[in-house]
Design a protein around this ligand. Sequence first.
Ligand SMILES: [Zn+2]
Length: 203
Amino acid sequence: MNRKIYQCFRCGYETKKSNIQNHFNRKKKCTRHKDCQYTDEQIKILNEAQFNKENYAKIQNGKIAEIITNNTIETQNNITNNITTQNNIQHQNQNIINIHINKLVGFNDDWVIDNLNENQKSNLLVTKLMYTQLIKMILENEFNHNVIIENEESTHGLIFKKINNEKKYEVISIETLIDESMKKLHKQLTSIYDNFSKENEII
Ligand SMILES: [Zn+2]
């Protein structure tokens, strides 16, 4: 027969194991006893500690502080480990960005269209979808990936800029971004057209 008595460290309720588990799993939290001095985190630690044989004995012997201290140190170590891991990941990301940033063109400059061959360029000029096609080709070159937008609902994004030797990301509204992008596309399409005309003596 299991005669062990379990307790709730929040309200002070005492009962057998099966009942206390129901009590802990209640959707609505029980009312804190007026003498309860533990934080929510400590209550959780103590309530759970009763299901561990060693900790249960410590509770019976009043070594509650020991349980709280051990668990708090463990939690802190986990947090520190997490922070270290996150820093490492951040560091790695930083390196990846740095590698690309050397060749990344600024949004304030023209997109790189060196990868387009003459055929693609002349095809652009005869399609009604020239803007769409050009931006698609532009984005095939990763050095043109100078815009960051979190998702379709975002009202703002970030653009990468290179001014002299300064490299920075700048916030831009989606409206301005579309405006600027259309201007850039227009400019580059015009220059493709001009070059094509010159070479083929259309003018
Ligand atoms: Zn309770």
